[in-house]
Design a protein around this ligand. Structure first.
Ligand code: UDP
Length: 320
């Protein structure tokens, strides 16, 4: 297939683009490099640098079989302080992309949605039928796009899937997490092991969980990328399918830090700090729908293995 990957210079987008190229697809990456890196675009992809809202139409006019839409603003804190950046950058941009796809007859879309569309869950593990009550602007914008895709699929025959990611982690060779502003737990903890930070702050140890720290579902970025390929292959015209993607097991912040100590051999000093606003205590996915409908299976769910891949990537980056 000939595929457009928006955000293919970013973390998940670059891993997915690399897997698509390996699977024999023709891949064009479109990225404005606002947070991505041109050297993260995998070999074998054609790279177009540009703003999706402006250039999606001209790029798609070449004719494509599908779009994988990763490009987005994704910092929760920033989304609360600068909501316009998220409503325009995520929602308006995605509407332009949907219209360009329609205009040029591109039949398939896989969209990067998020567990943040659910907000504070009533039940864990979280199923796709759970209420969607996002607690931050980032999640609200992703939910708005999901809703737009549902309408476009029903009205215009688009074949679409939204994948609701839980906590993506790990790396794939030279493709991994390289955020200018790092907020995610595993890369932050590994920065301590690499000597780039003094200590890690644990955001609260008085949560209603076994060890008092927040529990999250960490999914290996390669397992996640593979779900994109499966949902693209199985997308059906006129339908918008939604899948939660996690490994189905929760790990606490303390367990993550311990896994990082084990992998790096570094003591990793940790200090308990106050809670971070907007954090739910526990987020764990039910990925039964993805398993049953897509035949997807997380193959790299072991936390130590996930951290090992992230650590190998971080160390290789230090040598660059
Ligand atoms: N966390 C932490 N210290 C940090 C960064 C994150 O204790 O320096 C916690 C955070 O409160 C959450 C978990 O680690 O409970 C995962 O946070 P992350 O930002 O990686 O992902 P999120 O679940 O917010 O999408």
């Amino acid at each position: 297939m000939k595929l457009l990957v928006t955000g293919g210079a970013g973390y998940v987008g670059s891993v997915c683009a690399a897997r698509l190229v390996e699977a024999g697809h023709e891949v064009v990456v479109l990225d404005d490099l606002s947070t991505g890196h041109s050297d993260a675009v995998p070999d074998g992809c054609r790279f177009v640098e540009g703003d999706i809202a402006e250039v999606a139409g001209s790029v798609l006019s070449e004719g494509f079989d599908g779009v994988l839409h990763f490009a987005a603003k994704s910092l929760v804190g920033e989304s609360m302080q600068e909501p316009g950046k998220y409503w325009y950058g995520n929602v308006v941009t995605s509407l332009r992309l949907l219209d360009a796809m329609r205009e040029h007859g591109v039949p398939k879309l896989v969209f990067s949605s998020t567990a943040a569309t659910y907000g504070e869950p009533e039940q864990v593990p979280i199923q796709e039928t759970a209420a969607t009550r996002p607690t931050n602007t980032y999640g609200a914008t992703k939910l708005a796009i999901d809703n737009a895709i549902t309408s476009y699929a029903a009205a215009h025959g688009l074949a679409a899937a939204s994948l609701r990611y839980f906590n993506v982690a790990g790396a794939y060779g030279r493709f991994g997490e390289r955020h200018a502003v790092e907020t995610h737990l595993i890369p932050i903890v590994l920065q301590v092991a690499a000597g780039q930070r003094e200590q890690v702050q644990i955001y609260g140890d008085d949560w209603p969980t076994e060890d008092g720290t927040c529990v999250r579902d960490y999914i290996h970025v390669v397992d996640l990328a593979d779900a994109h390929l499966l949902s693209l292959q199985q997308a059906v015209s006129g339908e918008h399918r939604i899948y939660n993607l996690g490994s189905g097991t929760g790990f606490s912040v303390k367990q993550v830090i311990d896994a990082c100590r084990k992998v790096t051999g570094h003591p990793i000093p940790a200090l308990v700090a106050s809670r971070r606003s907007g954090d739910p205590a526990t987020l764990v996915a039910s990925s039964d729908r993805a398993r049953n409908e897509l035949g997807w299976q997380p193959e790299r769910a072991d936390l130590v293995g996930i951290v090992q891949d992230a650590w190998d990537f971080a160390q290789a980056r230090q040598e660059v």
